[in-house]
Design a protein around this ligand. Structure first.
Ligand code: SF4
Ligand code: SF4
Length: 443
């Protein structure tokens, strides 16, 4: 069988999912990429039409379809709004895998995804080196946002600001601070909570990890942090690499299975979404593994949602704004709102911090333009999308923008590094942790 026929056959395996689309076009209005390019092929509807044409062999240029599929933030805004419930993630991710297998992964993706990301020790080591030598390619730019920009000879996008890799990762901090070892000691009868850290919290934002620990300790939970947990696999599957994705999923399942816990929490909605909804899509034939994924998926919950719903705390709704109080606004991460339906809980928690006066921004759930590697490979579009978000932040006159996703924090920090106003970026759990007295349950 000719290769193109095999490809068409594979694409047709997801045809039933694509046939749910009635081409109504509603998804165009919420697609930030389409909003910038005004190109039908960049909307969800356009991408589905191209894929179907490839399946029917009407269109025979897989590389062009792949290019269009890659021009997507995987934000899920289209699927969230779609009146017919088209499963955008299943279609786009499966199509990315099929096309990557057909065209072959680039050498750089193979190294990055298979030799670095999928190997925990190597990834840790590379990030350690990165933290020591990052200023060879990058020049420190902003102390408040902790960002650096590209040097003239660097291959990275010239006008992008990158959040610095932490000198000591969260997992290293845990290793170094003996008091954190309490997470394995089960001193009380309280519920056991496994903390799925995620790469960005670990390598870029260890303070978020500290905040999660403080909050869990404050509310009396026993915390478990398996040291060997790895990446959730989302960058792999978004890059079309089934091999490294499956390797990471199996690795994480093995690590999680060893522990006894009541819940799993994370401060990264993309990790939660991947575990809850994406992992099982790529193990359809393996019933045992699917069952294990289902059990893990049922236990994992966003840290904001967990604190609001699973503690007996009373969270007063509003407070009186005082003069000279710091204005703060909130950005809804796409994967948290549109994929996990968590909207109010981060707001409830950040309002507990009396230092801040909360102001809702316009279009708080409009995508910030991050989209993982999209913000590097399609930086010109990503940057423009972020500019709109920054305009809305500025209108609130906020001095702090809170969100509940480390990836959104990276994107906001990039865009805010370019403006004169000093606006800080904080995770909602950091703001809540800052409102608490020191842990009542000591480590
Ligand atoms: S909103 Fe849904 S049904 Fe309508 S064109 Fe977009 S994907 Fe298709
Ligand atoms: S996932 Fe986001 S960027 Fe991609 S087509 Fe849908 S709305 Fe557009």
């Amino acid at each position: 069988m000719k290769k193109i026929e095999k490809l068409a056959e594979l694409i047709n395996e997801i045809e039933a999912l694509m046939n749910v689309c009635t081409r109504c076009g509603s998804c165009q209005s919420v697609c930030s990429v389409y909003g910038q390019t005004c190109d039908e092929a960049d909307s969800a509807r356009g991408k589905i039409v191209l894929l179907k044409a490839l399946g029917k062999k009407i269109f025979q240029n897989p590389k062009k379809v792949q290019k269009r599929l890659d021009c997507c933030l995987l934000c899920g805004s289209c699927g969230f709004l779609c009146p017919n419930g088209v499963d955008i993630f299943e279609i786009f991710l499966k199509a990315r895998v099929i096309l990557a297998e057909f065209t072959g992964l680039s050498a750089s993706k193979k190294i990055l995804l298979r030799q670095i990301l999928a190997k925990n020790n190597v990834f840790d080591h590379v990030c350690d080196l990165g933290s020591k030598y990052q200023n060879i390619l990058l020049k420190h730019a902003d102390n408040d946002l902790n960002t650096s920009c590209s040097r003239s000879f660097s291959p990275l996008p010239k006008n992008r600001y990158f959040v610095d890799i932490a000198e000591t990762s969260f997992k290293k901090r845990v290793e170094l601070k003996k008091s954190y070892k309490s997470y394995k000691s089960y001193k009380t009868d309280s519920k056991r909570v496994l903390f799925f850290v995620g790469c960005l919290t670990d390598k870029l934002y260890p303070d978020i990890g500290d905040a999660v620990l403080k909050v869990l300790n404050y509310h009396g939970f026993n915390v478990i942090i398996p040291e060997e947990q790895g990446c959730c696999g989302m960058p792999s599957i978004a890059g079309g690499d089934l091999y490294s994705f499956q390797k990471l999923v199996k690795h994480n399942i093995d690590i999680i299975k060893k522990e006894k816990f009541d819940y799993i929490v994370s401060a990264c909605p993309t990790c939660i979404f991947a575990i809850k909804k994406i992992w099982s899509l790529f193990f359809e034939a393996d019933k045992k593994l699917k069952e294990e994924i289902k059990k893990i998926g049922e236990k994992i919950i966003d840290i904001n949602e967990f604190i609001v719903k699973k503690t007996v705390s009373d969270f007063p709704d509003e407070k009186k704004a005082k003069e000279n109080i710091i204005k703060m606004t909130y950005h809804d991460p796409c994967h948290l709102k549109k994929s996990l339906n968590v909207v109010n809980e981060p707001r409830i928690l950040i309002k507990q911090n009396k230092k801040y006066d909360f102001i809702e921004m316009e279009d708080s759930d409009r995508c910030c333009g991050m989209g993982g590697s999209f913000s590097i490979t399609h930086y010109n579009i990503s940057e423009k999308i972020a500019e709109k978000k920054i305009e809305n932040i500025k209108k609130t006159k906020a001095k702090v923008v809170s969100t509940a996703c480390p990836a959104c924090m990276m994107q906001l920090s990039d865009a805010l590094s370019k403006i004169e106003d000093k606006i800080k970026v904080k995770h909602s759990i950091e703001i809540y942790a800052d409102s608490l007295k020191e842990s009542v349950v000591s480590g």
